[in-house]
Ligand binder design. Sequence first.
Ligand SMILES: Nc1ncnc2c1ncn2[C@@H]1O[C@H](COP(=O)(O)OP(=O)(O)O)[C@@H](O)[C@H]1O
Ligand SMILES: [Mg+2]
Length: 268
Amino acid sequence: MQNKGSNILSLEQVSKYFYTSSGFFSHGKHFAALDNVTFSVKSGSSLGIVGESGSGKTTIARLMCNIYQADKGRVLYCGKDISTLSKTEKQEYIKNVQMVFQDPNNTLNPKLTIKSALSDGIKQHITKDKNEIQAYLEHFMGMVGLPCEYLERYPHEFSGGQRQRISIARALSINPKVIIADEPVSSLDVSVQAQILNLMKSLQKNGITLILISHSLAVVSNLCENIAVMQKGALAEYGKTLEVLSNPKSEYTKSLLASSSYTFMKNN
Ligand SMILES: Nc1ncnc2c1ncn2[C@@H]1O[C@H](COP(=O)(O)OP(=O)(O)O)[C@@H](O)[C@H]1O
Ligand SMILES: [Mg+2]
């Protein structure tokens, strides 16, 4: 159990390499998708990760969820290296760090009703009692603004925005401490983006730590206390969102600000 305000997730000098094959007879060349990245996320806080496409944002999310493993450095959950957690600690970590993916269409099994898709995690991590499971399901469907009748339906019966809400409900349904959302609205219509973002905002009122990857400085400044600016696999800047965006230290952050529609500075 970590205290509020202590580090819940940290990267310590993390590098991650991938191989590119550059020709038929040539050997693959490795490059750093992440290069010596260090930062921490405090319990109950919110972090926005920004940076151009290919800068390493998704790689960070995947390392934090143990989908990728660091080639150098360590990923810590509540101060402990995730590669050395005991079985019980690992189960707690898996339950508590949930990811919401960019494209909700690939994350829900088309053959399962929403009820089965959501019940699995609850059964595994929370309770096996049928009535309690039903109560959990109804609570989280309500939280993401969907009627309980939808539980009996299949993913193809929903719009992209609804599917993303279901993915969020599934992530929330096992009471995680951290939600890592990788561009959760970029595959959705503009009309439903605000609803999902409001939902993300409401999570923080419930004490959930939010790590939000976004293209939009406006979204991050609205939702996240802290910001990490990624550039070509390196951390260009990290700090309080308002401080970083009102007084950017790196040239890269300045250029991101100049090219975005973010207007906080101009308006204040
Ligand atoms: N599984 C992978 N295999 C090979 N290269 C990868 C893989 N995942 C990411 N990369 C590469 O690592 C770099 C960073 O990718 P990514 O973290 O997805 O960036 P972002 O999310 O900021 O767009 C990119 O050059 C990408 O092509
Ligand atoms: Mg990405």
